[in-house]
Write a protein that binds this ligand. Structure first.
Ligand SMILES: [Mg+2]
Length: 233
């Protein structure tokens, strides 16, 4: 018997290796738009700059200050401004291309497929709750061979709310027929995935591979996905 009947997984940085995949996709953008020839020094530096800006814009998007569409191209726009290139069309094309390349990448987190298989063997129903773009998230899961593990994919567009807001968790419970008592949330973002679940009294396991310090409440904390085995049953 599993300890929890329903596992709600976060996708990016929890199961799907967003960091590695993002670098791989960005490198394809760099090559595709011939940025070296345009004076954008080395890819390594471009990569660092992009991710610095991207973090800032994601935070603004999450807080509701900007739309997804604006975020998609502005993160490229400001990165290119670091190289004194102010070309709005180029930034928009790069933003689009990055989103096309990203879900084609297939790196998964260490132990991801094993723990999904283990939970399946226990008879758990598994679902995704993600703040990412729905079509993109489905492509990622398809290409990295994990889509078949999930019963429901709860995206913010469908739920019309973002984690950590209560509405997306309520929507997820309704869509899956799960209850707070027989469910657990697993995610890497303590103030997003975990805080949101704890807020509705759902158990939550914080996947914290970098061993970041936080005072935010959680039921469990693991540094490796396979440590979840003893928690799940
Ligand atoms: Mg995440």
């Amino acid at each position: 018997m599993p300890t929890y009947n329903h596992i709600f997984w976060d996708l990016d940085h929890t199961l799907w290796d967003f960091e590695k995949n993002s670098v791989a996709a960005l490198e394809k953008v760099y090559v595709h738009f011939q940025l070296a020839e345009k004076g954008v020094a080395a890819f390594e530096e471009f990569n660092i700059n992009y991710h610095k800006h991207n973090d800032k814009y994601w935070d603004r998007f999450r807080k509701g200050f900007i739309t997804r569409e604006v975020m998609r191209w502005k993160r490229m726009w400001v990165t290119m401004l670091d190289y004194k290139i102010a070309d709005e069309q180029l930034a928009k094309d790069m933003g689009e291309a990055y989103l096309e390349f990203l879900p084609l990448q297939t790196f998964v987190m260490k132990g991801a497929l094993e723990i999904l298989e283990y939970a399946k063997s226990l008879g758990c129903q598994q679902h995704i709750i993600t703040n990412g773009f729905e079509a993109t998230q489905i492509q990622k899961m398809t290409n990295s061979n994990m889509l078949h593990y999930f019963n429901q994919i709860i995206c913010s567009e469908k739920a019309m709310a973002l984690k950590p807001h209560k509405e997306i968790y309520d929507f997820a419970l309704q869509a899956t027929g799960a209850t707070v008592q027989n469910s657990i949330m697993v995610g890497d973002a303590i103030d997003v995935d975990i805080a949101g679940a704890m807020n509705i009294n759902m158990d939550a396991a914080w996947f914290n591979p970098h061993k970041i310090a936080s005072t935010t409440k959680r039921t469990f904390e693991v540094a490796e996905l396979l440590e979840l085995k003893s928690i799940l049953g």
